[in-house]
Write a protein that binds this ligand. Sequence first.
Ligand code: DC
Length: 219
Amino acid sequence: MSYVVTIDGPAGAGKSSVARRVAHELGIKYLDTGAIYRAIALILARSEIEPGSDEFLREALKDIKIELKENSVLVNDFDVSGEIRTPEVDVLASVYSAVPAVREALLGLQKAQKNYGSIIAEGRDVGSVVFPDAKVKFFLTASPEARAKRRCLERVSKGQDANYDEILNSIKQRDINDSTRKLAPLSVPDGAIYLDTSDMTEDEVIKFIIDSVNEALSK
Ligand code: DC
């Protein structure tokens, strides 16, 4: 029987790397919903379609085809996986993901992913809106400072520039955007296990999640 696990939480809480590793350990698929929002934001911004232009936006969204592969995101057959991981796209994704037409257009694509087997989905509303019936739901968070520190280390490890203060400000701004928007704001989904990871190692978080999933599956 296939099942769905969800992880919601703010930017930089470590959801992506945790979800990716849990998926590997459990032998299930990993769904990075943020990557989908990033891809659509990049394409809309490049096409100079403003987030406020509802009519243009709805038209444009009809012509955008998004495909999810194992380790990449394709928009109209172009691989944008590298381009969506920049500070500019951090901001664009946060802005465009607050637009109702964008969220509506991407909901079906996300829901459909469970038709291909068990998944662990990660995002801001996966436990509340996309998969409200998930087998196990988690809400992962950490202090803004702990999250900024992790983002810095991640950027440095990839050879990218990293300024702690800038990253911290951007995280705080995105927290405000993501949790105050009208539609599907970041919130702890009903029934989710709340985990503050500020003082936990990634291995500890992963072990906790896997143990909780195995326990839920054994019932
Ligand atoms: O997780 P991330 O940083 O890659 O997400 C990029 C943006 O997309 C983030 O600002 C919030 C938005 N997002 C969302 O609104 N809903 C989701 N399920 C996932 C991401």
